[in-house]
Write a protein that binds this ligand. Structure first.
Ligand code: UT7
Length: 332
């Protein structure tokens, strides 16, 4: 049987930085409020002519180079994004494949909001274990600034742009294999976090649709409470299902939405400070890109070593959630 190994990581954050101080001149907020309630200090913002696919390509190039896999051996690209280059089609994954110079590759996007990276990891694992694909490039890429309402202080302080990518490859060695992935969703909570306009569910002639285009709207406080409850339950279950405890985890890599959510879930798992990967202060919430960007941060800091076990954990619009037990398995 083929197993799926997490071979490499790469990420990219656009150059321009938007600080809390700058936001305080745009909406009624302060650096103190944002820092205390979210842990965010700044976020990166893509330039006007830099699309989600451009961010994804830069992250992907690093992941491919670090994997040791030849470009022509990649047989599938999956992108997780809620801010695609184009609404409906073509998919951002196909645009990325062309920009990378890949031909004859299966390419598609999925929409699972901030849980997107865990979802595409599970799809890559399933395709590899079934023997249908061997080398799958997965990319979480977001230009959230393109769907953010910069007059809404409840959301605009949270989100940033960026991309992260990983190569998931077939291996015969079970020790290298991704151990387990849980994914879930509950559409009953769909209205907590959504882009209400622009799709088939919105009236085309409504003023709201014209004014709001595809901006995100969130019931922040309710989302916060469901996030803490769902994430804590989900990570406890995946650990128990695999006879593991928090002590077996070298790197706990949660979705970077809010420092208070991360702390609450980390405390419930009795995680020590050094185990929890934190990038929320410098990138804010980059949705599907947040987990791979965080993994890339510890990789580039020399803190992620071969064989070390990561616990990934995400939550987002849909509502969706997911967790994964992933040893880092670069090609030896
Ligand atoms: O990634 C996908 C999932 N997303 C999340 O997990 C996000 C979850 N939610 C959150 O992170 C938090 O709910 C927020 C950071 C969005 C908000 O923090 P909160 O502690 O839940 O605040 P709140 O919404 O309960 O609002 C408290 C007060 C309100 O004022 P009043 O009604 O008490 O007078 C808000 O109007 O804070 C006010 N407020 C602000 N004040 C200054 C809301 N946003 C701001 C702001 N600056 N930016």
């Amino acid at each position: 049987m083929a197993y799926a190994a997490f071979r490499s990581i790469g990420a990219y954050a656009p150059e321009k930085i938007l600080t809390n101080e700058e936001l305080s001149h745009m909406v009624d907020t302060t650096d103190e409020w944002i820092t205390k309630r979210t842990g965010i200090k700044e976020r990166h913002i893509a330039s006007e002519d830099e699309f989600t696919s451009d961010l994804g390509v830069k992250a992907a190039q690093k992941a491919i180079e670090r994997s040791g896999i030849a470009l022509e051996d990649i047989d599938m690209i999956i992108t997780a994004t809620i801010s695609p280059d184009y609404f409906c089609m073509p998919s951002t994954a196909t645009i990325i494949s062309a920009k990378l110079g890949l031909k004859n590759v299966t390419a598609f996007d999925i929409s699972a909001a901030c849980t997107g990276f865990v979802y595409i990891l599970s799809i890559a694992k399933a395709f590899i274990e079934s023997g249908m694909k061997k080398n799958v490039l997965i990319i979480g890429a977001e230009k959230l600034s393109s769907i953010t309402d910069y007059t809404d202080r409840g959301t605009c302080i949270l989100f940033g742009d960026g991309a992260g990518a990983a190569m998931i490859c077939a291996t015969d060695d079970k020790n290298e294999a991704i151990i387990d992935i849980h994914t879930g969703a509950d559409g009953e909570y769909a209205d907590l976090l959504m882009t209400p306009n622009g799709g088939s569910g919105s009236a085309h002639d409504s003023l709201e649709a014209e004014a709001g285009s595809c901006f995100m709207q969130m019931k922040g406080n309710e989302t916060f409470k469901v996030a803490v409850r769902t994430l804590t339950k989900d990570v406890k279950e995946i650990l128990a299902d695999n006879d593991l405890t928090g002590e077996d985890i070298v790197h706990f890599v949660p979705h970077q939405a809010n420092l208070r959510i991360i702390k609450a879930v980390g405390d419930a798992l009795k995680m020590k400070e050094g185990q929890v990967v934190l990038t929320v202060a410098k990138y804010g919430n980059t949705s599907g890109a947040s987990i791979p960007m965080a993994i890339n941060d510890i990789y580039e800091a020399g803190e992620l070593k071969a064989g070390e076990l990561m616990l990934l954990d995400a939550f987002g619009g849909g509502l969706t959630w997911g967790s994964a037990l992933v040893p880092f398995s670069p090609k030896s």
